[in-house]
Design a protein around this ligand. Sequence first.
Ligand code: PMP
Length: 280
Amino acid sequence: ITVYLNGEYLPLSQAKVSVLDRGFIFGDGVYEVVPAYQRKPFRLKEHIARLVRSLDKVSIQTGKDEAFWETLLTDLIQQSDWEDNYVYLQVTRGVAKRDHAFPNPPVAPTIFAMTCPLKRLTEQERQEGVKALSYPEMRWLHCDIKSISLLGNVLAKQYAVAHGVQEVVQFREGILTEGASSNIWVIKEGVIYAPKRDNRILEGIRYGLIEEFATQLNIPFVEADIAQSFVEEADELLQTSATREVVAITTYNHKPVGKGVPGPIFHQLRQTYDEVLAKL
Ligand code: PMP
């Protein structure tokens, strides 16, 4: 497959980065994951805006404008080996002698991007939903940055896998944050409850999307600090991410959520998602 590295398109096997890259040494970088359907990017502008926000928050200067990112991402999607694919894009602070503080003067950031196959959930997986377990939040307090330092998320996801479930539902001081690699939504009496958009979570691109769908569908949408006990009593629990789209959590802490099958709000959101993708 063809990947992009620092201005060049080349085969994956030839893409090489120095061991002194600050991404490798410190996890000093940010990333994006942009899904594409039939080689058409979905919510591209929103993904680029979040990338620019992440870069700004960690003071990585690339000198690249939004048009550059748009061209890079659309080119890769076009050249991808897969019709449904996603771009993984990462920018690190570059290669420099090992020192925690930023290199001064700054060095050129490392920009790397590749596409991967987008394996959408099958109809059966959509109907079964997924299992999840609660998990105490162990991460730092800049979860709003899409940082490549993902050890906390890696350990959380491994906990899920080791326990035979697909995702964890994390709580910080008893308040719902998010999954290891997804946002989590709670449905109760016809209302969609979302964790507040602050430093405790990554605001998924699907966060804004679910909010728009809720408005369109006349479903009340409330941003709140959501207690662990409220999640246990949910009528429905949902998970969203670029690659999972929207899926119901049907088993939570070994107990069925609601009736143990995807609920009515899931179906409405899922249908709206499919309609939007069909019009891409
Ligand atoms: N939170 C975390 C920690 C994530 O890794 C992801 C997926 N990248 C999300 C939320 C969902 O974001 P998005 O909808 O942009 O995929």
